[in-house]
Design a protein around this ligand. Structure first.
Ligand code: SF4
Ligand code: SF4
Ligand code: SF4
Length: 250
């Protein structure tokens, strides 16, 4: 791959998963129309889902999932030590994601409820940045492959990447989707960071905030509108807690 006649250095990449569904890392192997170019721009040295190689000489570590077991601490610390750049990949890694829902419960009781007489170790969920320093966070459940491709290009050329600051509503209107509030549904689009192209409202369901908080979200106005449409504080706060991307709000 050349740009302006220059052959850039291929980044050596490791992709790692912690407590997660593996949906974000799967995006690396997704999107067949650009997959060959994407894989041609990087050199994957460690990625359990697609290769048996377990190289440790990676420049960039993409880390999916959150930390919920004691054995995960030493592993993420070692990955941090090896990587020049550590990127949290997806909402689980960035904010705890759906894994963090369990933090609202007594874990001993929850363990007994789920596993009965064969309990598993389960610690309160931590986002990656709560355990080791993180250089960049790519939110989403799962991450958007177009955005991952653009970010990798920026990393190759050492150009800072600016995430969208606008809310999901802007992209929703750009694709002429009928607002789901008009259909009696709750939607976090007005306060959630865009960049996903608003697929959930386009598919007929409200945004659940998987990309976290937009820049300067107007929570007061959003609550007012949601209340006017008949949604309670509990419904709003439960929706906002779902991916953990509105920490400290509501
Ligand atoms: S952010 Fe969503 S898709 Fe990605 S690992 Fe977590 S649950 Fe899976
Ligand atoms: S459906 Fe959601 S994202 Fe789309 S315009 Fe309405 S509130 Fe905004
Ligand atoms: S619309 Fe909301 S929940 Fe759906 S992908 Fe975008 S940010 Fe995530």
């Amino acid at each position: 791959m050349k740009y302006l006649g220059i052959e850039p250095k291929r980044l050596r990449v490791g992709v790692f998963d912690f407590t997660s569904c593996e949906g974000c890392e799967l995006q690396f192997a997704n999107k067949e129309e650009t997959l060959l170019d994407f894989l041609g721009a990087i050199d994957i040295v460690n990625f359990r889902e697609i290769s048996s190689d377990q190289g440790k000489d990676y420049d960039i570590a993409f880390v999916e999932g959150s930390i919920t077991r004691s054995d995960e601490f030493a592993r993420i610390i070692e990955i941090r030590r090896q990587a020049k750049i550590l990127v949290a990949l997806g909402s689980c890694a960035c904010f705890g994601g759906v894994n963090a829902l369990k933090n609202a419960y007594n874990l001993t009781d929850a363990n007994r409820e789920v596993y009965g007489t064969a309990p598993r170790e389960t610690l309160p969920t931590r986002a990656i940045k709560e355990v080791v320093p993180v250089d960049m966070e790519i939110p989403g459940c799962p991450v958007n492959k177009d955005e991952v491709e653009r970010i990798v290009q920026h990393l190759i050329w050492s150009i800072p990447f600016n995430f969208p600051e606008h809310p999901v509503c802007l992209e929703c209107k750009q694709r002429f989707t009928t607002c789901v509030f008009e259909k009696g549904q709750l939607c976090l689009g007005p306060i959630t960071r865009g960049g996903c192209t608003a697929p959930c409202p386009a598919g007929g369901t409200g945004c659940w905030g998987c990309r976290g908080e937009a820049a300067e979200p107007n929570f007061k106005e959003f609550s007012k509108i949601a209340h006017e449409r008949g949604f309670s504080d509990l419904e709003i706060s439960e929706r906002m807690a779902f991916f953990g991307g509105f920490e400290g709000e509501k």
